[in-house]
Design a protein. Structure first.
Lengths: 381, 305
């Protein structure tokens, strides 16, 4: 049992924390919040995928990628291309010069669907590409960089530059990508209208369950021997290399894995929110996603989810009420987290909850309750 | 070629090449500061663009004052000096308050300075408004001269380039011909040893950081002569400047100059023949690909691990 827990949930404590998160996402939020607010939570949860990927990559691997947004965006764009093709059937686009192609292509004088859009007519291929395109890009970048032992700030800057390139490219190639507006007006998924209330609930639950699944999978990766090596590489890369391990291959793997997780988030974003735009690809969103992980705790998978939820909740609240304050707060958050709380919320929780182990506390309460402990039930007994 | 005659292409290359030289000057000034800081301390200063904006706003502010006192023709030199001094002292303070605590964690410095840049941008926006403002330029900076009827070279571009050259020579003299520069180079080469022979490395760090920021301030002053300034102006140049530094090979003055030149020229000439975004994309893409094949940059001074 303990082995099983350690392997998939990060120990007893981890399992309890994950269960709390699952109850929060799957029971409390849907019961408590109206559909609009729940939609917002759903959006934040898609960002949490990226935050989780950064915990693996940055917290555990010591590789800071400032281009995680491009993987999120690529996953999202792949999904959006499928949905857009489905939404642009000849009947609903009959007022266009060329019916049957996406509206922005028509506006940009394209008369047929470009070749790289064609695979996205099939749903299985789309799902494959959602996962494969970002992973493949990560593989190319990772292979080129890690095999030449480029790391640290160089890696951060080059991933940032690539994110910039991709966002300029998407904005610049209007006819092929929808330009700065992105791909909008998405309607159905295999004939199922994703804009209805019931679809929104279903997608929310799929999204949240996927996140829980991704966390369990990530826990499995981290608790394996590979996870141990990852930590060792972060702290003493040379030593791991001299012990005979192929450091660069491990790094490439974790970078690809992180890219794939981010892409799942992106695809779920498109499905839930109903559009994808270059504003999720470039430098600013990519670095904001790092702050989600940093606030939640760069070493804690579950902390990162809370980080994503809290920072975005703060962002929505502040930019609604005090738009001027938000950038100060965000900037201050970056500085404060880095300087005073390098382990984020998870670190604060760990330090202050040393004598308050929630798992032990719950189990103790429960056993006391079972035993009908007089202390617990008070004077009545 | 693209429907232009040979003569046209020649003129276009000269003129675009010249507008590339203005970009080159700004990039060079930005990258000089970054390269000094990065070479010295291994610190990535994401707020570097905002120090440039500090310089630009200083110049704009002084130009408004100059209009009031009717000294538009002579204020610009003072504006450059004021921009340097202001950015220098802000940099000095930032190093003291923030950077020095994070030397052992370069990736965290990157995030902290990004936070700083957000805060600074919002300060600019609250103080000067979200709209772009431009400086009143002295008359001698306006206009252009025409060596041939088809070629049109703006004077402000020449001025900015001259300024960049002067600063570069100044940095060279400081780094290689002065005691201060000697201390900086000693600290870069071997921090412990430099400390052992009595160099106050902390002080050197602080001055280097402040100097880099000061040069960014000068870049801002130069920038006002070719474009208008907004709160996010600096952040538009930050990635390009990083590319210049990394591409040139960190801690190499020649490399920084060469890569600033190459990147600026490639961008402005390509932008004429393709769309503006594609010009930028192809330049950046080329750099990234070259960097993937040769990660140490063009002029590498030492082997990185």
């Amino acid at each position: 049992m303990t082995v099983f827990l350690n392997k998939y949930f990060g120990g007893k404590q981890g399992a309890i924390n994950l269960a709390i998160l699952a109850i929060l996402l799957l029971v409390i939020f849907p019961l408590w919040l109206d559909l609009f607010r729940l939609g917002l939570i759903g959006k934040y949860v898609t960002y949490a995928f990226v935050a989780v990927s950064l915990v693996l990559l940055w917290g555990n691997g010591g590789i800071l990628s400032l281009g995680q947004g491009m993987f999120f965006g690529l996953g999202g764009y792949c999904m959006a291309m499928f949905l857009k093709l489905e939404a642009s059937d000849p009947i609903s686009t009959k007022i266009q010069t060329t019916p049957g192609i996406p509206d922005f292509m028509d506006w940009n004088q394209l008369t047929e669907i470009p070749w790289f859009w064609l695979p996205f007519k099939s749903f299985p291929l789309t799902v494959f590409f959602v996962l494969a395109v970002p992973t493949f890009l990560a593989f190319i970048i990772g292979y080129a960089m890690f095999k030449r032992r480029v790391g640290g700030v160089y890696f951060a800057i080059i991933t940032q530059a690539i994110a910039l390139i991709l966002s300029i490219l998407i904005v610049g190639q209007q006819g092929y990508t929808g330009g700065v507006n992105g791909i909008t007006d998405l309607k159905t998924l295999l004939g199922w209208d994703i804009r209805t209330d019931s679809a929104k609930y279903v997608l929310y639950f799929i999204n949240a369950s996927l996140l829980i699944g991704v966390i369990i999978l990530s826990n499995y990766v981290l608790s394996s021997k590979f996870g141990m090596l990852l930590l060792a590489m972060r702290d003493k890369e040379e030593r791991v290399r001299f012990s005979g391990y192929d450091v660069s291959s491990f790094k490439i793997f974790i970078f690809c894995f992180a890219a794939m997780i981010s892409a799942i988030g992106g695809a779920m974003f498109t499905l839930q929110i109903g559009f994808m735009s270059p504003s999720f690809v470039g430098i600013v969103p990519s670095i904001e996603m790092v702050i989600f992980a940093a606030v939640g705790g760069r070493m804690s998978l579950i902390g990162a989810v809370y980080g994503a939820l809290l920072v975005n909740f703060g962002k929505t609240m502040f930019s609604e009420n005090f738009p001027e304050l938000w950038l100060f707060l965000m900037g201050g958050l970056f500085i404060a987290v880095v300087m005073f709380f390098p382990d984020g919320l998870a670190g604060v929780y760990r330090d202050h909850a040393k004598n308050f182990n929630i798992a032990d506390w719950l189990i103790a309460r429960y056993t006391k309750f079972l035993k009908k402990d007089p202390n617990m039930l008070g004077d009545k007994v | 070629m693209f429907g232009y005659s040979m003569e046209d292409v020649g003129n276009i290359v000269v003129m675009q090449g010249f507008s590339g030289l203005s970009l080159f000057s700004v990039l060079l000034l930005m990258a000089l500061g970054l390269a000094i800081i990065f070479g010295q301390m291994g610190v990535i200063n994401m707020a570097h663009g905002e120090f440039m904006t500090v310089g630009a706003y200083t110049t704009v502010f002084l130009s408004k004052m100059a209009v009031e006192f009717d000294i538009v023709n002579s204020y610009f030199i003072f504006a450059i000096i004021a921009a340097f001094i202001l950015a220098f002292f802000i940099g000095y303070f930032v190093e003291y308050a923030l950077i020095r605590h994070l030397y052992k964690r370069p990736l965290d410095t990157l995030l902290a300075t990004w936070g700083l840049s957000l805060v600074m941008q919002q300060i600019f926006r609250s103080t000067f408004g979200a709209k772009e403002v431009s400086a009143e330029l002295p008359e001698w900076l306006l206009g252009s001269f025409k060596p041939t009827p088809d070629i049109d070279i703006p004077i402000n571009g020449v001025f900015v380039m001259g300024l960049a050259l002067i600063v570069t020579v100044g940095v060279y003299l400081f780094m290689f011909r002065s005691r201060g520069g000697l201390r900086i180079r000693a600290t870069v080469q071997n921090r412990m040893m430099a400390g052992a022979v009595g160099i106050n490395t902390q002080k050197v760090d602080r001055l280097t950081f402040a100097l880099g920021c000061g040069i960014a301030g000068v870049a801002g002053a130069a920038f006002t002569t070719i474009a208008s300034t907004g709160p996010t102006t600096g952040s538009l140049y930050i990635v390009d400047s990083f590319m210049v530094v990394v591409f040139g090979g960190a801690a190499s003055l020649m490399g920084t100059i060469a890569s600033a030149f190459g990147i600026a020229q490639a961008q402005s000439i390509l932008q004429f023949f393709m769309t503006s975004s594609m010009g930028k994309v192809s330049t950046l893409m080329t750099i990234v690909i070259i960097l993937m094949m040769r990660p140490e940059g063009l002029f590498a001074s030492k082997v990185r691990k």
